[in-house]
Design a protein around this ligand. Structure first.
Ligand SMILES: [Ca+2]
Ligand SMILES: [Ca+2]
Length: 381
């Protein structure tokens, strides 16, 4: 080495490689997969004229040697049913021929892959999915007929179930999905609506729902890559929920949850339409808009040249088109449409008051003759 620094750099590289190898061994269910303990843990088989499999040293590393018509196998128990496992083996053969590596006795067809490299060690991998009741598998390494022997090392067998299919991940994903609903946003400076399927927190979300999602995300094993994504979604839900809980603070909309029926709201209905009413749904009052009808409220005390956002939750029936809109604020009237039919979705509209305007009219309207819409929680800030 040129210097101590070079030597230290080389040591650092070696340590990093060793650490990577250590990490690769995590979760390996094979015993003595490196053959460091000779043939221990492996059951051998030989054909009539063959030689018993043995281990040998190669550059200071123990490897397995398999002569023609011989094999080793190991039964691995304690597996989970309906789970994906992958066997990975490194090996090469002396001359033409191959070593078969694979699975049997796991509730499915015997399945193998071939190691047939004659120069470098190459990797073979085989993946299975255990049956509904299977909890064990036998892995085998077999040199069949032909010439030459095989060299084998580093046998790994691990749970390789895709992260998204793991029960903990599925449970966390489901608990998070239950917190969100769709959001459509429109701004008077950008009229093209932006719709996100899970952009808003559900209007009905409770502390218990957040607690459940928190618990499910915490249960996801820390070594899964998807955990960071799930944690970020949980953080987003938690922030949106805090915002929902604080929605009445500084809300400029009066009677924003229709608790006082239509107080503060002015109704309008076309000649043939029904005048909007407040109904109670699961103990919660919401405004019901049928046919061509609307409710509106003048928001006062606004500052000129200032940006405000008005939002509401709504759902529709019979092809209705519910909109939250704003007018008389010193700019062009604008609407955000909500067309959700099951969960209440959120519509938000951002507007900027004109140079001298200090008020705006916000409205909820339903313009389809046969449509029905429901709306609640109108927040102007
Ligand atoms: Ca080895
Ligand atoms: Ca309400």
């Amino acid at each position: 080495y040129e210097s101590k620094a070079d030597l230290l750099a080389m040591l650092k590289t070696a340590q990093d490689l060793w650490d990577i190898r250590g990490a690769a061994d995590t979760g390996n269910l094979v015993k003595n997969g490196e053959f460091d303990s000779g043939i221990a843990n492996w059951k051998t088989w030989i054909g009539a004229t063959s030689t018993v499999p043995t281990t040998t040293q190669e550059n200071g590393n123990n490897i397995l040697r398999l002569q023609t018509s011989s094999s080793v196998e190991q039964t691995i128990s304690g597996l989970q049913p309906n789970t994906t496992y992958t066997l990975e083996v490194y090996g090469k053969v002396d001359s033409n021929g191959y070593v078969s590596v694979g699975f049997k006795n796991y509730g499915g067809d015997q399945i193998t892959a071939r190691l047939n490299s004659t120069t470098e060690y190459a990797k073979a991998s085989v993946t299975i999915r255990t049956g509904a009741t299977n909890k064990a598998v036998t892995i085998f390494l077999l040199k069949g007929a032909g010439t030459g022997a095989g060299s084998i090392d580093d046998v790994q067998f691990k749970d390789s179930t895709p992260e998204g299919e793991r029960p903990e991940v599925m449970a966390a994903t489901e608990a998070l999905a239950a917190l969100f609903t769709a959001q459509t946003s429109v701004s008077t400076t950008h009229l093209t609506p932006v719709t996100k399927d899970n952009g808003a927190i559900k209007m009905t979300t409770t502390d218990a729902d957040i607690a459940t999602a928190t618990e499910k995300v915490a249960a996801v094993p820390a070594n899964l890559k998807v955990k960071a994504t799930l944690e970020a979604e949980l953080a987003r839900a938690t922030a949106l929920f805090a915002n929902l809980q604080a929605s009445q603070t500084a809300n400029l909309t009066k009677n924003s949850q229709f608790d006082n029926n239509l107080t503060n709201w002015k109704t309008w209905a076309a000649a043939t339409a029904v005048t909007p009413v407040v109904i109670t749904e699961n103990g919660n009052k919401v405004v019901k808009l049928e046919g061509n009808s609307s409710v509106e409220q003048t928001i006062t005390g606004l500052l000129p040249n200032t940006t405000y956002t008005v939002s509401m939750y709504g759902k529709v029936e019979a092809g209705a088109r519910l909109s939250i809109g704003v007018k008389s604020f010193g700019g062009a009237q604008a609407n955000a449409y909500v067309t959700a039919t099951t969960d209440y979705a959120q519509g938000t509209l951002t507007f900027t008051t004109g140079a001298t305007n200090t008020s705006a009219i916000i409205f909820l309207s339903q313009g389809n003759v046969s449509g029905i819409a429901y709306a609640d929680l109108v927040v102007t800030k």
